[in-house]
Design a protein around this ligand. Structure first.
Ligand code: 13P
Length: 342
């Protein structure tokens, strides 16, 4: 786990999340005008994993169970997805939660399932080459009742139980509590809810005896809701996010890698840039490595360019690498919107 941690948090790199459930992956394919089939998912994931130079800015990939068990076409032969990732110099991660389900008695709220039988599944994933894992819990916001304490605590408890099981199986856990962007809420409300959720997660992690030194936190950035008339600047997002993290994330945690949550590629890069620029200021040093673990903000432009055409594979990979390089620049505080139009 220590070796995996070091490899994942190597300076100047982030993670590529490509672990969408079958349903979510199909929705994204369909939105790009592609057939939502197993073959298309396989071809899309082979395109991502076979991108030359991916390892330039990516230290690890998070795969879905379907992909980890699949052979993919690497252009020369059919090889396992794990082999493709290893050939690209990437650490292999696996999403182990079984998705979000209605939380009874709390209309519209979700709790993540998948703890039953998780221990043997983790052993099996290790055997297939995975060295780290991911579990996502979500909370949605409205100004009155959501998220309920019940939702926060149920998800925090599940995340801590998952993290403990991972460490027992020798897999490094990525702990992903996400406050969703949907809604008209303000930046301040997102900060309040994110603090409450992260606070509960760390209290549960400590209660369950999880080693904070051997996990990576994958939170949302603190941003105003999608429907909020007042959208914050990257500097405001960075300030609120860092204030929130400083208040509730113990210094023992080695790394914080942000999810993109539906932000566009350039939005996520400019906010990541502001986060890294602020922590580089004197007296603003942080105890954790800050990086990214994006799915949509890395994949989306490439998926549009690809359009399922073999002839577009090179252009799609170039679009992916463009986003990777923008985020690598952001890790150094060297991203600017001009990089989008070289
Ligand atoms: P997004 O970056 O699209 O939010 O996805 C990250 C992720 O891993 C979702 O679980």
């Amino acid at each position: 786990m220590i070796d995996t941690l070091r490899a994942l948090l190597v300076p100047g790199k982030g993670l590529l999340a490509m672990d969408e459930s079958v349903g979510t992956c199909n929705q994204r394919l369909a939105a790009a005008g592609l057939a939502p089939t197993a073959e298309m998912r396989q071809a899309w994931r082979a395109l991502l994993l076979g991108t030359p130079q991916l390892g330039e800015g990516i230290s690890g990939v998070i795969l879905h169970d379907e992909t980890l068990r699949q052979s993919l076409d690497n252009g020369r032969a059919l090889v396992s997805a794990a082999q493709m990732a290893t050939d690209a110099g990437l650490q292999i991660g696996i999403k182990v939660d079984l998705g979000t389900h209605e939380l009874p008695g709390h209309a519209g709220e979700k709790v993540t399932e998948g703890l039953d039988g998780l221990a043997p599944r983790l052993q099996a994933y290790r055997g297939l080459g995975a060295r780290f894992a991911k579990w996502r819990g979500v909370c949605s916001i409205d100004d009155l009742t959501r998220p309920s304490l019940a939702c926060i605590e149920a998800n925090a408890h599940a995340l801590a139980r998952y993290a403990g099981l991972c460490q027992a199986a020798g897999l490094l856990p990525i702990v992903e509590p996400e406050v969703l962007m949907a809604g008209p809420h303000s930046l301040a409300r997102c900060q309040q809810v994110t603090e409450a959720l992260l606070g509960s997660v760390f209290s549960q992690l400590q209660r369950q005896g999880v080693a904070l030194e051997l996990l990576i936190l994958k939170p949302n950035m603190v941003i105003s809701g999608l429907g909020c008339p007042q959208q914050s600047s990257p500097a405001e997002v960075a300030r609120a996010t860092l204030q929130c993290l400083r208040r509730v994330v113990p210094a023992a945690v080695p790394g914080v890698v942000f999810l993109s949550g539906g932000q566009s590629g350039p939005q996520a890069s400019s906010r990541l840039n502001a986060l890294n620029a602020q922590q580089a200021m004197p007296d603003a040093r942080l105890p954790w490595v800050l990086s990214f673990s994006f799915a949509r903000a890395l994949q989306h432009p490439a998926l549009e360019v690809w359009a399922g055409q073999a002839s577009q594979q090179g252009a799609a990979r170039a679009a992916l690498m463009h986003r990777v390089r923008c985020n690598v620049a952001a890790l150094r505080g060297q991203y600017s919107p001009e990089l989008e139009h070289p």
